[in-house]
Design a protein around this ligand. Structure first.
Ligand code: ATP
Length: 238
């Protein structure tokens, strides 16, 4: 049974053509369109099975992040369906659920809850989360005083220690220092070995080719290729 089904999905965004009230008025009088629809995703279908690791590839603006947000449920499709089975954790806008006035410790519990963990599950993993983040010393400090790297470490650590079936990762490995990136990558590989389903968006083509078996190449909101990741990367570089 597939973990993710994307069925004939369309997603449009409206592009504005006016900047001021005057321009809007003139355009309305001249009966010019104030906005046009832009097809970010234009009839995309694929299925991802249990335990697969899939890279979404494509040049800037090809629709990768939009696709990931549809899978995570942050966006909904205009047409078609996106179905997921199991718990989904998105490393998309890392730290989006963090509250600046709460301490690191309080934010761990808050975010784990947002990601669907019970208090007991979080208690059991609390030590691991803090250890992985390497910011034990600051755990009772309000996160508004954290550096951006510390903030990221904690947010990432919470996300990858939650009980999930599907992990969505958007260009996250480009942030954080190199030792931390390596550690995150190792942890992601470990989750994959445990049978978790991964969907990864990154411009680091060598990294995704080694992490993912399958690559889906998007071009202008449509699927240009779906197959082995090294072949997909080859097509991107061609
Ligand atoms: N909220 C929005 N409103 C208007 N247009 C949007 C919105 N979100 C995305 N788009 C447009 O949809 C297209 C696809 O964007 P998306 O972020 O999915 O691309 P991407 O493949 O992830 O690009 P990148 O490699 O640059 O991250 C882009 O042209 C973008 O401008």
């Amino acid at each position: 049974m597939p973990r993710i089904v994307v069925d004939a999905v369309h997603k449009d965004f409206k592009l504005r053509h006016t900047h001021s009230i005057k321009e809007t008025f003139v355009a309305a009088v001249k009966r010019k369109p104030l906005t046009t629809d832009f097809h970010a995703l234009d009839g995309v279908s694929f299925e991802i099975g249990e335990g697969e690791s899939v890279a979404l590839l494509g040049f800037n603006g090809s629709g990768k992040s939009t696709m990931l947000k549809l899978i995570s449920g942050v966006l909904t499709p205009d047409q078609g369906r996106v179905l997921t089975r199991g718990r989904v954790a998105g490393l998309i806008e890392v730290g989006a659920g963090f509250h600046p006035d709460l301490s690191g410790r309080e934010n761990i519990y808050l975010n784990a809850a947002i990601l669907g963990m019970t208090k007991k599950e979080t208690d059991d993993r609390y030590e691991q989360i803090v250890e992985f983040s390497e910011i034990e010393q600051f755990i009772d400090t309000e996160v508004k005083h954290y550096s951006s790297g510390m903030f990221l470490r904690l947010a990432f650590s919470v996300a990858i220690h939650t009980e999930v079936d599907i992990l969505l990762i958007d260009e996250i490995l480009s942030v954080g220092d190199e030792p931390f990136q390596k550690k995150c990558l190792a942890r992601i590989r470990q989750l994959h070995d445990q049978g978790k389903t991964l969907v990864v968006v990154s411009h680091d083509l060598d990294m995704v080719a080694s992490l993912c078996e399958r690559g889906i190449l998007l071009r202008g909101g449509k699927i240009a290729f779906d197959g082995a990741s090294d072949e997909a990367v080859g097509k991107m570089r061609a």
